[in-house]
Design a protein around this ligand. Structure first.
Ligand code: SF4
Length: 413
């Protein structure tokens, strides 16, 4: 069964470094755009149900900022998802008739209670957009994991990258999330920010640890073409004019990363993927399975899907997305039929991001060939240089080189 990703393409405002598809609310004209989104999504769910005949194995609602939706919007979204992906395998509790008291007056109202159960169901959220009511709705429909975009605990750095929140808003968000009954929380943090040094980075990590998240994701800032931050730093990282806050270069980023890895591992987190750390048993199963090669269906404008060797991306325009789907057409922009060789390479590149590595046996079962034969030359070089190792029948990246993994992995392409 594939995992399900749902993209909510709205944010309060655009962050200075962001290249994801999302529309700042100031650019959402009237209710038209939100209407386009919901109408499009309802039609896309209908058209895509055939792709998930047995339901879905995980749900991840991302964005954008899902919690920027009003409570009614959030509830509408969740209702659509639970009724659209109930499947036959009982992964969702099913459409049970539940008697819910209508205030003790004239009998009972019959109401359908549906929620995601037994699968990992995550929603992204951002500080400053969370309310007790929205959290109650998320819980009501079975969302039990929140991924919070904290990014930094320095108010100055948060301002520098155009976030809407400050450190106090993160603490308040975590307080509300815990009060709302969520016992599985991820915090996203970024390093290599303009003006960030080792000390402010360490303070952010320590502050995050004090909040006791079950999971942490650490991302290095990268300058994405066309973003305000890339325009502010045309010379790139490490080459800052004296009037601008210093933008850490690759070496400084690597030092920050290494310090954080040591600190989090000492605090009991398992470093299970290049950027991801979890308390035992709290790994993000949705992403973990994708890195292991499981299919996923993406819904919403800009979402990517990979199913049965075919990859496609939806159009990054919410109005056109809605219009296409209202006309009964899928809003596809790129469709790629992956060759077997491409699928093998991708399996390696994703699997090597994981500390568990790539199972030689699993690879052989899936593709009928030994990866040591297919990638003989690259492997010989990298095994000799000790960038990679084979232990317990798994091919693994040497943890020492994990921060530079991307450059190493490209050699398999
Ligand atoms: S909140 Fe996230 S998706 Fe929205 S603009 Fe900022 S980085 Fe991009």
């Amino acid at each position: 069964m594939p995992g399900l990703y749902v993209h909510v393409p709205f944010c309060l405002q655009k962050c200075a470094y962001c290249a994801f598809y999302s529309v700042p609310l100031a650019d959402v004209h009237g209710v038209g755009t939100v209407k386009d989104y919901f109408e499009g999504l309802a039609a896309e769910i209908r058209l895509r149900q055939q792709d998930t005949p047995f339901g879905v194995s995980s749900l991840f609602i991302g964005g954008g900022t899902p919690t920027v939706l009003a409570p009614e919007g959030l509830e509408r979204l969740l209702k659509m998802l639970v009724s659209g992906f109930s499947g036959d395998a009982g992964l969702v509790s099913g459409l049970e008739e539940n008697a819910i008291g209508s205030g003790g007056s004239l009998g009972w109202e019959r109401q359908r209670a549906v929620r995601f159960e037994d699968i990992e169901a995550t929603s992204e959220a951002n500080p400053g957009t969370i309310t007790p009511e929205k959290l109650r709705i998320l819980r009501q429909y079975g969302i039990h994991r929140i991924s919070l975009g904290a990014q930094s605990f320095s108010d100055q750095l948060l301002r520098e990258i155009g976030r809407i929140h400050n450190a106090e808003a993160i603490r308040e968000a975590v307080r509300l999330i815990r009060l709302g009954g969520f016992s599985n929380l991820n915090l996203d943090l970024m390093f290599g920010l303009p003006g960030q040094d080792m000390k402010t980075w360490q303070e952010s990590i320590e502050e995050a640890l004090r909040l006791g998240p079950e999971h942490l994701s650490l991302y290095a800032l990268s300058l994405e073409a066309g973003t305000p931050l890339a325009k502010r730093y045309p010379l790139g990282q490490g080459k800052t004019s004296s009037r601008m806050p210093h933008l850490p270069d690759d070496d400084e980023q690597a030092d920050m990363y290494e310090w954080a890895v040591e600190c989090l591992v000492r605090a009991g987190y398992i470093h299970y993927e290049v950027s991801n750390f979890a308390l035992p048993g709290k790994e993000c199963r949705h992403n973990l399975e994708i890195w292991r090669g499981r299919d996923y269906l993406g819904l919403g404008p800009g979402a990517v899907s990979t199913l049965g060797g075919v990859r496609w991306r939806n159009l990054e325009n919410v109005a056109v997305y809605g219009q296409c789907l209202r006309n009964g057409e899928l809003p596809l922009t790129e469709v790629e039929h992956l060759s077997e060789r491409e699928r093998m390479t991708e399996r390696l590149m994703l699997g090597l991001r994981l500390s568990e590595g790539v199972s030689l046996e699993g690879f052989k079962q899936e593709f009928g060939q030994d990866l040591r034969d297919i990638y003989k030359d690259v492997l010989e070089t990298y095994l000799q240089q000790k960038l990679l190792s084979i232990e317990e029948n798994h091919l693994r990246l040497n943890p020492q080189y994990i921060f530079t993994a991307n450059a190493i992995l490209q050699a398999f392409g």
